[in-house]
Write a protein that binds this ligand. Structure first.
Ligand code: FPP
Ligand code: MG
Length: 339
């Protein structure tokens, strides 16, 4: 698990109520055990790729959101369904990351070699397909049509967002609104769906389910913007990923979108010539210095914070005060990350 959120949400839960932390830890153990079982395969290569990705850790945000969505609704729900759906959304997430690393040709993630680097692109892509299909099996076994529709739609959005991102590659002048649309599709919708799925399992009203979905989506927007900020400003030792991958790949993200507005014509031509075009470390140093001096980082932080505040305001529909408090703290932790 990454810093901040992984231990942070349990610390926050403990501060709110010892029993809440224990219950969340139980949810996490249960989901992890379903995940381990679901990753078993009679094909050794599938097991090895799945285990490699699972053992790399990850923050397990999506199963946590399923469980928080359920707990926000009420204490009476089927914990086994929550665990199964938690494992399901984590497998979908794992599949997307394996595919994303193939698309990006990434050799490190979470400080470890990526699956495609260790096992090759073909094994990575196919194991991603197995994980996605396994997740569908779990969904079908659960059998709730509203959840099946919700998660399937979110996966369609995620894949579409990724295609839109590929389409936008190399577009230095990418519109802020188009960029936000891509973030919503590739990251936010799925996090919203995780929260809503949990609320549905626990029998939440439409108002509560929709409120949880909005919370998850806005937290997802804040999370992805913070992730894109870390891509430029984070330390590779802490993030476990190389610096400025987005810029190197010609993906315009919020720090660059803000920087663009502060550049002279010559500076803009210079940054554009390096964008997705084999940028040297010295150029990156200069570009990051500009981002810092010209407040691009600060403005990006503000964008993320605005989504986090919006996420918190969606929590007015949550009837259980301790869970609403925990969701507020989790929202803050999602952008206060170092990894
Ligand atoms: C990581 O974002 C990637 C995603 C959030 C979505 C990836 C989606 C796909 C590859 C398509 C759908 C695939 C399946 C199997 C349904 P990022 O690249 O900004 O983050 P990173 O820095 O962690 O790579
Ligand atoms: Mg990526």
């Amino acid at each position: 698990m990454g810093k901040g959120l992984s231990t942070g949400y349990l610390d926050a839960a403990r501060e709110i109520a010892g029993s809440l932390a224990a219950e969340l830890a139980e949810d996490s153990v249960r989901a992890e055990s379903v995940l381990k079982e679901a990753l078993r395969s009679d094909c050794d290569l599938v097991s090895s790729v799945g285990t490699h990705v699972s053992d790399a850790g990850g923050k397990r945000i999506r199963p946590l959101f399923v469980s928080l969505g359920a707990r926000a609704t009420g204490p009476e729900y089927d914990a086994n369904r929550v665990a199964a759906l938690g494992a399901c959304v984590e497998m979908i997430h794992m599949a997307t990351l394996i595919h994303d690393d193939v698309i990006d040709g990434a050799d490190t993630r979470r400080g470890r070699r990526t699956a495609c680097d260790v096992f090759g692109n073909t094994a990575g892509i196919l194991t991603g397909d197995v994980l996605l299909a396994r997740a569908m099996e779990v969904l079908a076994t659960d059998g709730d049509l509203a959840i099946i529709r919700l998660i399937s739609k979110a996966v369609v959005e995620m894949a579409t967002g990724e295609v839109m991102e590929v389409e936008a590659r190399g577009v230095f002048d990418l519109d802020r609104s188009r960029h936000l649309e891509i973030l919503r599709k590739k990251t936010a919708t799925f996090l919203g769906a995780c929260c809503k799925a949990g609320a549905i399992v626990a029998g939440g009203s439409d108002e509560l389910c929709d409120g949880m979905e909005r919370y998850g989506e806005d937290v997802g927007m804040g999370f992805q913007i913070a992730d894109d900020l870390l891509d430029f400003r984070g330390s590779p030792q802490t993030t476990g990923k190389p610096r400025a991958t987005d810029f190197r790949e010609g993906c315009a993200t919020m720090p660059l979108i803000h920087l663009r507005g502060s550049l002279t014509h010559e500076e803009s031509e210079y940054v554009k010539s390096k964008f997705g075009n084999g940028v040297a470390e010295a150029d990156l140093d200069l570009i990051s210095t500009w981002m810092s001096e010209r407040k691009s980082y600060e403005l990006t932080e503000r964008d993320a914070a605005a989504y986090i505040e919006r996420a918190k305001s969606a929590l007015s529909v949550v009837p259980r005060a301790p869970i609403a408090e925990l969701l507020t703290r989790v929202a803050d932790l999602m952008v206060a990350r170092e990894a």
